[in-house]
Design a protein around this ligand. Structure first.
Ligand code: GLU
Length: 287
């Protein structure tokens, strides 16, 4: 048993699709290939979007794919993020800018909100994390070295005006609390490493290793979402696909050709592999 701890972190707002099979398959392979532990954590911090029936469907999809885990840790709905926000007090500020204003004017060059709330004490509003501007060197186990200035992404919200907490705070607090040592997920979150690693540092902790896998696009060239219902695993299953057929499509996207199950791909798994976005088929193989 190694000290590696990975995690599967589904958001129960939409059904799992081929992109999730790719990311979760990679997380499974990465942890299992070194005898590490794998956790399951439902990311339902955005309570308004989470749906219990979707969570149940995601469990069924994971079982169908043959993805198992060692321990299910508390879902975000059962966690208290107030102490975590408190611990970040020196690096946060209250922001009164509306979402529309931020969308219209963008962030300042240093990442601060357009209204200059970083420098103006305010009561109420949302809580933002004050990022340190300047290029951050992101080291990814698959994508290699990337330079990202987090100021371009802007100071992230940690707590919304209604008191609810954001993904950025929750994901870092959870990974830290759960002892996660490696984060394996889709490339749409690659740039977020620049922000999330600063939040890790603000907690006085060392970030995990990062491994991002190719983004999976729909036939319209857009990132898979609810509008690509035919690439959902439950839709593929209903259309007659087997889990083996899913893996025959997905594993080559990781550079693992010739395998038709996760366990058969285990011996050939390596961190480095393709990084280009791929397009999901929406019809059964040969169909
Ligand atoms: N919960 C996110 C998702 O379902 C993943 C977040 C992460 O891995 O950091 O896409």
């Amino acid at each position: 048993m190694s000290n590696v701890v990975g995690r599967l972190a589904p958001t129960p707002s939409g059904h799992l699709h081929l992109g999730n099979a790719l990311a979760f398959g990679a997380a499974w392979l990465s942890a299992r290939s070194v005898g590490g532990r794998l956790l399951l954590r439902f990311e339902d911090v955005d309570r308004g979007r989470a749906r219990p029936e979707v969570e149940a469907g995601q469990r069924a999809d994971l079982a169908w794919l043959g993805i198992d885990w060692d321990e299910e840790v508390s879902p975000q709905r059962d966690r208290d993020y107030r102490p975590w926000l408190q611990a970040l007090a020196p690096t946060v500020y209250r922001c009164a800018c509306t979402r529309a204003r931020v969308a219209a004017e963008g962030f300042r060059a240093d990442g601060g909100c357009p209204g200059g709330c970083r420098d103006t004490p305010r009561v109420g509003g949302r809580v933002r994390f004050r990022i340190s501007p300047g290029e951050v060197v992101i080291s990814d186990r698959r994508f290699g070295t990337n330079r990202v200035d987090p100021a371009r992404l802007g100071d992230p919200v940690l707590q919304r005006e209604d008191g609810t907490f954001s993904y950025t705070l929750a994901v870092v607090a959870d990974d830290l609390q759960d002892g996660v040592s490696e984060v394996v997920r889709g490339a749409d979150l690659l740039e977020q490493v620049a922000v999330q690693s600063q939040v890790w540092s603000a907690f006085g902790a060392t970030p995990p290793t990062w491994l991002h896998v190719p983004l999976v696009l729909g036939e319209d060239g857009k990132k898979l979402s609810k509008s690509h219902g035919s690439t959902e695993l439950r839709a593929l299953r209903a259309a007659g696909w087997s889990a083996t057929e899913v893996w025959r499509v997905v594993l080559p996207w990781l550079g693992l050709s010739g395998a038709d199950s996760l366990s058969s791909a285990l011996a050939s798994w390596q961190d480095r592999g393709p990084v280009d976005a791929v397009v999901a088929p929406s019809t059964a193989p040969g169909g």
